[in-house]
Write a protein that binds this ligand. Structure first.
Ligand code: NAP
Length: 350
């Protein structure tokens, strides 16, 4: 904890300011913008020449971050593994490949940018793309940001990262937080729990399973906890941290803590599904998931993800920074959530 001591004061002060400004109006716009962003718009930051780089502007969290930055009048450049994907932002977002293997090109892609919003990470090791490789790639990105003269790095991590963790996701995140802090760049590290929203995988696929099977297998007691955060709240926190000064580390966590079983029951009740919940060993949960995988042509869940879920790591010790209740969002999206399976392999490997 000593490692993080210098940022604790800044984080507390920043958290208080976030809580005051981060009040939503749920209007009918395709997305909503926090009061902070709206104030920025009123304050005349429209059409600045400031360039922000966002990794993954066509993927999940990066898309919501990009929308906010564009609404604030910033120019956005994205780095992505899918530069040929349909660009929903058109000419407003310049697209470049990650170029992890060509550091000179990576530096060029970041040159002129004030802020880098980094969402890059992998969910699990697959083929040649291991967690070790993802750590090295992110280290290259951080170094390129230094060389390019980027002024601020907003780095997305996860709650409760530990460098000695046996879980490579959490271990890799902890190592990268250290790399961000050691980089000398001004930084904000945002640590989300589980992010829910239209494009989410975990909650969507729990809903998909509840819609398609009469039985839902819960690993272990189901009493381990999660504190899901809404993707719009998450993006608000990220962009507000990008505009702030000073180094900070903040959790992105929603207003409710559920046990895993409570969350599954909540989803089932809102979708009016009557699936029977059974408790199985983590090993059997993994085997059952494996049986479904050929039909969805995906990795449904890994052993490590089951261990991570059961380890109470997806909760925050800080006051919540998100306001949106999962229950409300599910009720508003009951017709669509879980209608289609969300495939990680389809998203990132095809
Ligand atoms: N989603 C959650 O519930 C959750 C929870 C806690 C922490 N986080 C963290 O929040 C950040 C954003 O998560 P997200 O779910 O919004 O991620 P995402 O949008 O699916 O992906 C973020 C970025 O990582 C790249 N990426 C992801 N998987 C990849 C792979 N297998 N190979 C190559 N590139 C890959 C994407 O590349 P493309 O641009 O090519 O798509 C994109 O640029 C990540 O750092 C994640 O660890 C997420």
């Amino acid at each position: 904890m000593d490692f993080y001591a210098p940022i604790i004061y800044v984080s507390r002060t920043f958290y208080q300011s976030i809580v005051k400004i981060n009040i939503f109006s749920l209007d009918t716009a395709p997305y909503h913008t926090s009061r902070a962003c709206k104030n920025a718009l009123k304050g005349g930051t429209m059409s600045t020449t400031e360039i922000n780089v966002v990794t993954g502007a066509f993927s999940y969290t990066g898309k919501y971050i990009t929308r906010r930055l564009l609404a604030m009048g910033k120019q956005v450049r994205t780095l992505t593994g899918h530069p040929d994907r349909v660009n929903p932002f058109g000419e407003r977002v310049t697209v470049l490949p990650f170029n992890f293997e060509q550091p000179g090109e990576l530096v060029k892609g970041l040159r002129g940018a004030t802020t880098l919003y980094n969402t890059y990470w992998i969910r699990f090791s697959h083929g040649t793309l291991t967690f070790e490789r993802a750590v090295v790639n992110t280290q290259k990105l951080i170094q390129a940001a230094q060389e390019a003269g980027v002024q601020r790095l907003v780095h997305i991590s996860i709650t409760n990262p530990v460098a000695s963790s046996r879980l490579p996701y959490f271990r890799g995140k902890a190592l990268l937080e250290q790399a961000v802090i050691a980089s000398g760049l001004a930084y904000a590290i945002i640590r989300p729990t589980v992010i829910f929203g239209a494009e989410d995988i975990l909650i969507n696929n729990i809903a998909w399973l509840l819609r398609h099977f009469p039985v839902f297998a819960i690993s272990g007691t189901g009493q381990y906890t999660l504190q899901p955060v809404y993707v719009e709240d998450m993006a608000d926190l990220v962009v507000t941290a990008g505009q702030a000064a000073g180094n900070m580390i903040l959790d992105a966590a929603g207003p409710d803590i559920f046990t895993f079983e409570e969350m599954v029951r909540l989803i089932a009740s809102i979708l009016q599904r009557k699936a029977r919940l059974i408790h199985v060993s983590p090993e059997l949960a993994f085997v059952l998931a494996n049986l479904i995988e050929p039909f969805v042509r995906d990795v449904l869940i890994t052993r490590e993800e089951i261990t991570g879920l059961m380890a109470n790591l997806l909760i925050s010790q800080q006051p919540p920074t998100g306001q949106t209740h999962l229950r409300d969002w599910l009720a508003q999206n009951a017709a669509t959530v879980g209608k289609h399976y969300a495939s990680e392999l389809q998203l990132h490997y095809r």
